[in-house]
Write a protein that binds this ligand. Structure first.
Ligand SMILES: Nc1nc2c(c(=O)[nH]1)N[C@H]1C(S)=C(S)[C@@H](COP(=O)(O)OP(=O)(O)OC[C@H]3O[C@@H](n4cnc5c(N)ncnc54)[C@H](O)[C@@H]3O)O[C@H]1N2
Ligand code: MOO
Ligand SMILES: [Mg+2]
Length: 426
């Protein structure tokens, strides 16, 4: 049977096609303690000033600055201490001329005071008297009401991922429950007669299904909910039925394997049989050139390659931004840095290459070194990699020492990182 010719499209076109769609995820309310890693379903406004009152940032004495205007080492001023307050207490007294109130960190500044002097800078005398031997300016050591966040500020945007710092803000404003987007439920189906379950012993010709667990882990890492729906043999009918069922149960489905041109690569025929709208099935990239995507009844179906590294890269480049866009995240793509390539890639390649690598910082400059075996079937390189070196395709190769765009597998994403990097090189 002749092999059907596929249209090869650039990586960025493929990303753009996927991002024309997104899931409509509803909201749910979860407790603050359970909200880590979830995405905010609403903007959060400061419901009061932070701090909510003028307060002392130090343990010391609240004073009137003008009482110290003549204070020197030789001629200290003496003040009468009329009260003592710790955090959580408000003094009922007002400071008048030459008076002070002993105040601890976090306590509200008493009436009449306009400065605080630290305990270490004061000499304590008998009969509740202190001496100060330096001039203090009005406003010194006062944390002003609202200086951190004024009431009404939009402090967190919809789509913000909840991390410890975000949790601190939510707690500050009294959110003991939080509205978040429901986790997208992602069905994972591994296709391949050669696949064993993880707990099975190896037998000749077979390998364990590592892709399903890898993808589940990639999904969890960005806050989705994976459903490993098992593995399917390379049988067209069985795989077709399996995919239809999976599409009913989940928000989107990822398959691995069976997307190339082999006798048992049934996914292209299954897309046709389903009547799914094909978005692409050939991309000018390596690994993952046969990565496919289709829409079926408003839901996407990602056909990732069976080769582990190709599968990994396909997820990071296409599924990740799709899921994050659905969760209203602004920076949906992998973050990018420019790094110095540590190895020659002199052979020209028409396809853009994504090379599993490690980025390290030598002082301010990043260097990127390829790791492990650079084959799309390799799995060992994935455990070491923290980045993907991007080598745009073209008629020339790349020399060691070149400055290359490198996508980071950890940390904050980016809005639009690689449009320049993906322009082919002539
Ligand atoms: N004549 C051609 N042959 C191939 C081409 C081509 O263009 N012409 N493309 C090659 C490229 S590039 C890739 S990548 C693979 C893509 O293959 P499939 O996506 O169809 O995947 P399979 O054939 O099912 O498997 C490929 C490989 O991966 C292993 N595999 C599959 N599933 C898993 C899993 N869940 N866990 C671990 N490993 C898995 C499978 O055993 C195969 O070794 O096609 C090339 N061939
Ligand atoms: O799709 Mo293959 O991964 O290009 O090597
Ligand atoms: Mg195949």
């Amino acid at each position: 049977m002749p092999i059907e010719k596929r249209e090869i499209i650039p990586v960025w076109d493929a990303v753009t096609k996927v991002l024309k769609y997104q899931l409509e995820l509803s909201l749910e309310t979860v407790s603050l303690e359970e909200s880590d890693g979830r995405y905010l379903g609403e903007d959060i406004l400061a419901t009061h000033d932070v701090p909510p009152f003028d307060r002392s940032p130090y343990d010391g004495f609240a004073i009137r600055a003008e009482d110290t205007s003549a204070a020197t080492q030789e001629q200290p001023v003496e003040l009468n201490v009329i009260d003592s307050i710790g955090a959580g207490h408000v003094s009922g007294k007002e400071i008048k001329h030459n008076e002070a109130i002993r105040i601890m960190t976090g306590a509200a500044i008493p009436k009449g005071a306009n400065a605080v002097i630290m305990l270490e800078l004061v000499s304590e005398k008998e009969n509740n008297r202190i001496t100060i031997s330096r001039k203090v300016k009005a406003g010194d050591n006062i944390s002003r009401q609202g200086e951190d966040t004024p009431e009404g500020t939009t402090i967190l945007k919809t789509g913000t991922r909840i991390h410890p710092g975000v949790t601190a803000i939510l707690a500050t404003f009294g959110f003991h429950t939080v509205k978040v987007y429901k986790k997208p439920v992602v069905g994972i189906l591994a296709t391949g007669t050669e696949l064993l379950d993880v707990d099975e012993e190896l037998v000749p010709g077979k390998i364990r299904n590592s892709n399903a667990y890898m993808i589940a882990s990639q999904i969890k890492k960005i806050g989705g909910e994976p459903r490993i729906l098992g593995k399917l043999p390379d049988d067209l009918e069985e795989t077709y039925e399996g995919i239809l069922q999976a599409m009913k149960e989940t928000d989107l489905v990822i398959t691995t394997g069976g997307v190339s041109v082999g006798d048992f690569d049934h996914l292209p025929a299954i897309y046709k049989k389903m009547g799914a709208e094909l978005l692409f099935n050939k991309i000018a990239m390596r690994p993952g050139s046969v990565t496919s995507a289709a829409m079926f009844e408003g839901k996407p179906l990602f056909g990732l390659s069976g080769n582990p590294s190709a599968c990994f890269v396909g997820f990071e480049l296409f599924v990740r931004p799709y899921l994050l866009q659905s969760l209203h995240v602004k920076k949906v793509h992998l973050g990018a840095v420019t790094a110095t390539l540590q190895k020659d890639y002199l052979k020209p390649n028409p396809f853009t290459r994504f090379i599993r690598s490690r980025v390290e910082w030598n002082g301010p400059t990043a260097v990127a070194s390829p790791v492990g075996l650079d084959k799309s079937g390799s799995v060992s390189s994935l455990s070491e990699a923290n980045a993907l070196i991007v080598l745009p395709g073209g008629t020339r190769g790349w020399e060691k020492g070149s400055q290359v765009m490198t996508l980071l597998l950890e940390g904050e994403g980016s809005v639009w990182p690689w449009d320049q990097a993906l322009k082919s090189r002539s």
